[in-house]
Design a protein around this ligand. Structure first.
Ligand SMILES: [Zn+2]
Ligand SMILES: [Zn+2]
Ligand SMILES: [Zn+2]
Length: 138
């Protein structure tokens, strides 16, 4: 198991420090996107700054992507395999459940192309659908 995690980091050109291995292991166990605070709680005791740097490094190297779900805290989720350093392909819809307050990736649901007025250039698209997830729906 540890070997797999280490290989994942090395494949992404990330130096596999003990802390980074722990962070990746934690991310792999999650079913939804997590915030820095979730990570801090999950890896207690841990240093918030070190964790933040690990997440930022993962994001920079194409291992995780960040999601602004409007909750005020940036969430992080593992990328699909085709993300590269400095170039993310995670143009999928994210879903925020109003009941359990979890944010999930919907990787099969792509963000539709949005036609912008002349002179506007898109740099980033974020699409959050809010509602009730399949675990909470009655
Ligand atoms: Zn990505
Ligand atoms: Zn839910
Ligand atoms: Zn996602």
């Amino acid at each position: 198991m540890t070997e797999n995690i280490e290989a994942m980091l090395i494949r992404k050109d990330i130096n596999p420090t003990a802390m980074r291995l722990l962070v990746l292991d934690f991310l792999l166990k999650q079913s939804s996107a997590i915030s820095l605070t979730d990570l801090e709680k999950g890896l207690d005791p841990s240093d918030r700054i070190t964790l933040y740097r690990a997440l930022k490094k993962f994001e920079e190297k194409g291992l995780v992507h960040s999601i602004d779900d409007g909750s005020g805290a940036t969430k992080f989720a593992l990328c699909e395999n085709d993300c590269e350093a400095g170039h993310h392909h995670d143009l999928h819809v994210h879903f925020f459940c109003n009941t359990c307050r979890e944010t999930s990736c919907l990787p099969k649901h792509h963000i539709p192309q949005i036609a912008l007025p002349d002179g506007f250039k898109s740099e980033e698209v974020n699409l959050i659908v809010k509602g009730v997830c399949n675990k909470c729906v009655q």
